[in-house]
Design a protein around this ligand. Sequence first.
Ligand SMILES: Nc1ncnc2c1ncn2[C@@H]1O[C@H](COP(=O)(O)OP(=O)(O)OP(=O)(O)O)[C@@H](O)[C@H]1O
Ligand SMILES: [Mg+2]
Length: 460
Amino acid sequence: MLPKILVIDDDASLRRVVEYNLQEAGYQVLSAAGGEEGLRLFAEESPVLVVTDMKMPDMNGMQVLKWVKKRSPETMVIMVTAFGTVDVAVEAMKAGAYDYITKPFNRDELRLIVAKALQFSGLTAENSRLKAELSNKSDYRTIVGSSKGMERVFEVVSKVADTDASVLITGESGTGKELVARSIHHKSRRNNAPFITINCAAIPRDLLESELFGHVRGAFTGAIKDKIGKFQLADGGTLFLDEVGELPLELQPKLLRALQEKVVEPVGGTKPYKLDVRVVAATNLDIDKALADSTFREDLYYRLAVIPLHLPPLRERQEDIALLLHYFCGKHGANRVKFGNGVLNILTSYRWPGNVRELENLVERLLIMRGGDTITIEDLPEKICNGATTLGVKTSSGNVINLPEGGYSLEQLEREVVVCALGRNLWNQTAAAKFLRIPRHTLIYRMGKYGILPPLHTGR
Ligand SMILES: Nc1ncnc2c1ncn2[C@@H]1O[C@H](COP(=O)(O)OP(=O)(O)OP(=O)(O)O)[C@@H](O)[C@H]1O
Ligand SMILES: [Mg+2]
């Protein structure tokens, strides 16, 4: 990933020269013709370095500097000043600018000062990406989970992200398929190029082909000008084919060709385009059934599912429920909220047909409707209280234990109980030990015995 630099200058010719010089030196350059535009681009693109002119009509360089530093103190800012205004430059340095450069300057002076600033900040490309991820902990790239099932998902994601292999994500509705697709893109070297999505089930069949591949003017009635398809928009980046199981049979060969030969042909066109697009697809259909019924071509399936990735339903990863509750409370600005007696029990044994999306919606609703800082059983919707699992054996303490017909190892059960207790207590060992009514060292001993490790990443 090339370091991203934002150049802000109202003088178009100077801006172009700076842009050109930095691009030639191997940086990715964004440019803005004024302070406001610059700040907007800054917010959207998070560049690692800003080069801003001091005097601009809408907002001066000092204001830009202060805004950037307040929002992102680690970003380097270089001021461009007019000859003879050293005092302003000194003021800017005091306010946190890394350095200044006086007009007129030559190519080498500019490159040297930029290279020094980047070296100083230690922001190698990789570093800046990690920083961005950390600072965006609660954005759409964060996937929460510490269950075995999610650990496997994280492992596959990190292995495949930086390859060009197609990934087919399967899983029930609301399990996080799109989130995982975005995460694959963001962890790949395509990170700076677009992530384009198309929902194959939401677009009418007769428009889908031109949405995907584009069309040329006059290709059909109503095609009054050329249209760029999603494949072309995603060039260099990732195309997310959502609900791919619903792709009409007649379009499947064309998609297969695009994947195999890496070329697309707009509707009505004669000249195929060569493209560099990574495809990630998702479906919540039973794809085996679609293959058996011949509504989905097998050859296309194998092309899409070079790496198959299944997201387990939430009911199969109960350890994640407390973490997710905590995460969504934080996301909605309610870190202080607590869950009263029995609430976690009920939420853990509920079946969550709408998976994580249903859980997030519930949290939002509970936060709006709650009376105080504690959410109690009375706050829970009836559907959830009634829907909590009633299978299994009710023990004398009123808990439900599901034991398989064929018997079950007590050690395995103990391991699961320890993992669940830790998960529920957000991996706080003191709290988990208290929950299990054992001393902390006993808990640590059991963790060692069963090889239970705290999740490396409970939020990414
Ligand atoms: N593990 C997770 N951590 C944090 N948020 C999650 C997680 N899984 C899902 N979400 C959130 O739940 C919501 C639903 O996820 P997403 O849209 O990715 O699901 P989906 O599998 O694509 O669903 P559908 O099949 O209905 O399109 C999103 O807001 C997403 O951010
Ligand atoms: Mg989706």
